[in-house]
Design a binder for this molecule. Structure first.
Ligand code: GUN
Length: 295
């Protein structure tokens, strides 16, 4: 039976430490880290993530401000708000929830965020710094996956990590982080995507298989090596009238089938999701400390 890699449990532990760090920052330096979250539209996944982010901030004493707008909110107004938040001394992190409605340019919006407040690590400057191995902020989902592996004593160095999905949020930055010549890196990374030929042959050679395509059942158990570590990132909200919430969340692989093959696996919920939020909290605290000149 596969070991369950619980992001929820690890997050609880890490957030307890952060809670204490926030008390110390307030006591010693009179600093309270502040995060601004901008949400545009009503994507159910985004609404759920933003709600969880708010709850997480409150639970550790981090100040969060939410800006929520309808799907037709103009791009110019988003850019204006970002400009104001860039100047706001109480805000150390700015996050614009993705995806954005079609009329808003993701590139323009991300590039408008002051790189020192870009706690998502998506700004081109921060991506460049990450690539050369001297990051300010690591993107939260890849960073959370790396921490989940390290803190469960899963060997990254020398392992073949196969990532399915080449998004800017997960696949590409994760490949970049795990290939770095430093502790927590040194993996051999293969990045698979929709045009990859014979994907099963590649995934079957993975010591660590990361599923980040966001397509239910795009990977099947026969594509997994016996004893591999399986990280399920992709989540899809499927309508389900039998549930009180009206939906259920499914991963890119059937969890039961995959766990019969894997030596360790993340649950579809309570796995990578909470780690993403935990690393966002971490990045915001680190940002507040940088602004204050601490460490
Ligand atoms: N949408 C899905 N994941 C993320 C994330 O990590 N950051 C932002 N801003 N949007 C997301």
């Amino acid at each position: 039976m596969a070991k369950i890699l619980s992001g929820k449990e690890l997050s609880t532990k890490m957030r307890e430490e952060m809670k204490q760090e926030i008390v110390d920052l307030k006591d010693k330096y009179d600093i309270v880290p502040g995060l601004a979250v901008i949400l545009i539209g009503d994507d159910p996944g985004s609404l759920s993530y933003v709600r969880n982010k708010e709850k997480a901030c409150a639970s550790i004493g981090l100040v969060s401000r939410k800006y929520e707008f309808g799907a037709d909110y103009p791009e110019a107004d988003v850019l204006k708000l970002i400009d104001e938040l860039n100047q706001d001394k109480a805000i150390h992190g700015i996050l614009v929830q993705l995806p954005l409605p079609d009329h808003i340019s993701e590139n323009k919006v991300i590039s408008a965020i002051e790189p020192d407040k870009d706690v998502d690590g998506f700004h081109p400057i921060n991506i460049g710094k990450m690539m050369v191995g001297s990051p300010i902020f690591l993107p939260c989902t890849p960073y959370g996956i790396q921490q989940l592996l390290l803190r469960n004593n899963i060997e990254i160095e020398g392992s073949h990590v196969v990532i399915v999905g080449r998004s800017n949020i997960v696949g590409k930055p994760l490949a970049m982080i795990l290939v770095q010549k430093k502790p927590g890196g040194n993996a051999t990374v293969t990045l698979c995507h929709t045009r990859t030929r014979n994907m099963g042959d590649i995934t079957k050679s993975a010591d660590i298989l990361v599923l980040a395509a966001g397509k239910p059942n795009s990977v099947t158990a026969d594509m997994i090596k016996q004893g591999a570590v399986v990280i399920i990132v992709g989540q899809t909200w499927i309508e389900d009238k039998t549930r009180k919430s009206g939906h259920r969340v499914v991963g890119d692989v059937d969890f039961d089938e995959a766990s019969a093959k894997a030596s360790a696996i993340t649950p579809v919920t309570g796995g990578v999701g909470p780690m993403t939020i935990t690393m966002l909290l971490n990045n915001t605290i680190q940002s507040a400390k940088r602004y204050a000149g601490i460490e």
